[in-house]
Design a protein around this ligand. Structure first.
Ligand code: ZN
Ligand code: ZN
Length: 408
């Protein structure tokens, strides 16, 4: 729901990632894995292009509740109102984030943000496509108090933007700021899968909520990043459905009706007794972690990077022009972009269906050309021609990871 302002920050996000990437390559610190970064950005792109459909419900309910049930008339011109709203919103974010780690149906979407085994600025953009369908419920107290919708969108956006810069390993501890702010060090702990780091530091901006409510953990050794059960995939579509599939599988296999229902609301480590009972979080160390890696012929790697760059540009254009398109055309564009992102990951991972889906995508795009506004038709045709030419690159060269072909 805060994406209206966040899309304006996209150039800043991309520039910051490029600066961190250059720092990484210069210092040889291993902060980035290209395939993982494309996967993270694909999740972020998918979340943004789906927002017209997933985010509107929350905004609509907020407005209705505030207009009909708001207890107070609050003016945006009062400074105290912004301060009070910032504090309440940040606390409600803490509750939402805590719930997203302790209730399976919420974790099923939030897990997307934690699946990367790296920790860099691109991970901040790795967002679930479906979180917006449920997160708005946690902010309704603000509507009930009477805070106007515009104030809510601005404060929520500020909170979300703040959390971008704390996704980095390039910044150490920050002295007295660590005592009250959420910092890179505190949030690294949150992404850790070491048993002592699990479900700690849920804060948005102020770490005080964790300190007050007993969920705070100081960063000691550097965390092992990821999820306890690794995703082992760079496919952004699978990333968004993997945890839902796990819950569905458990609810089908367990025998007791009570367990079939409870699995959707239980904490992630809970398992029905007939499927082995509660899972013990295993020890983890950076020395023994085996990260998911891929390597493909050089031509495939180059094709993937170029194809993703085109999809990123097309998605940004879509976000800006979407309000002027019919819902049917919006859905068509979203389907094309999502399939493109999935095909990108499939080519990267050497899946047999990647090339076929990629070709079908262009055939479908050619077929829908009459539906596309005339001003964009030449651009679409050029894009198809470039991609089909680049298809010749596929299967050229020896297998390399994208990191090995980085010019930086
Ligand atoms: Zn989290
Ligand atoms: Zn995070």
């Amino acid at each position: 729901m805060d994406a209206i302002y966040i899309i304006l920050a996209i150039p800043v996000f991309i520039l910051s990632i490029l600066i961190e990437l250059a720092y990484d390559r210069y210092r040889r610190t291993g902060l980035y894995n290209f395939a993982d970064t494309i996967s993270c950005l694909s999740c972020g792109v998918g979340q943004q292009i789906l927002l017209p459909f997933t985010g509107m419900l929350g905004l609509w309910v907020y407005q209705v509740v505030q207009a009909r049930c708001g207890l107070f008339t609050i003016s945006p011109s009062a400074l105290w109102a912004w301060v009070v709203m910032f504090l309440i919103d940040d606390f409600l974010y803490y509750l939402y984030h805590w719930g997203s780690h302790r209730v399976n149906i919420l974790w099923a979407t939030h897990a997307v943000h934690h699946q990367s085994e790296e920790y860099n600025l691109s991970v901040a953009l790795r967002q679930s496509w479906f979180t917006s369908l449920t997160s708005w419920v946690f902010y309704l107290p603000l509507a009930l108090l009477g805070f106007p919708l515009l104030m809510f969108v601005i404060v929520r956006t500020f909170n979300t933007l703040y959390q971008f810069w704390i996704h980095t390993r390039a910044v150490g501890k920050l002295g007295f700021l660590e005592s009250f702010l959420n910092t890179p060090s505190h949030h690294r702990v949150h992404h850790g899968i070491n048993p002592k780091y699990i479900d700690r530091n849920h804060a948005g901006i102020l770490i005080i909520w964790d300190k007050l409510l007993g969920t705070f953990q100081q960063e000691e050794e550097e965390p092992v990043y990821g999820t306890v059960k690794p995703l082992a995939s760079f496919n952004p579509v699978w990333a968004n459905f993997a945890e839902l599939e796990r819950l569905w599988d458990i609810s089908c296999r367990t025998r007791r009706l009570r367990d079939k229902i409870w699995i959707w609301f239980a904490p992630p480590e809970w398992h029905p007794a007939d499927l082995g009972g509660v899972v013990v979080i295993p020890q983890a160390s950076r020395a023994t972690q085996r990260k998911y890696q891929v390597s493909q012929p050089l031509g495939v790697s180059l094709y993937t990077v170029l194809s993703f760059a085109v999809l990123l540009a097309a998605s940004t254009l879509f976000i800006y022009i979407a309000p002027n398109l019919s819902p049917a055309l919006q859905l068509l564009c979203i389907a094309h972009l999502v399939v493109g992102l999935a095909a990108c990951s499939a080519l990267e991972e050497g899946k047999s269906w990647g090339k076929t889906v990629e070709l079908m995508r262009f055939v479908a795009l050619l077929g829908s050309l009459p539906l596309i506004p005339a001003v964009y038709q030449l651009g679409v045709l050029t894009t198809i021609a470039v991609h089909l030419t680049l298809f010749a690159l596929l299967r050229r060269g020896k297998a390399l990871s994208l990191d090995q072909v980085s010019p930086l």
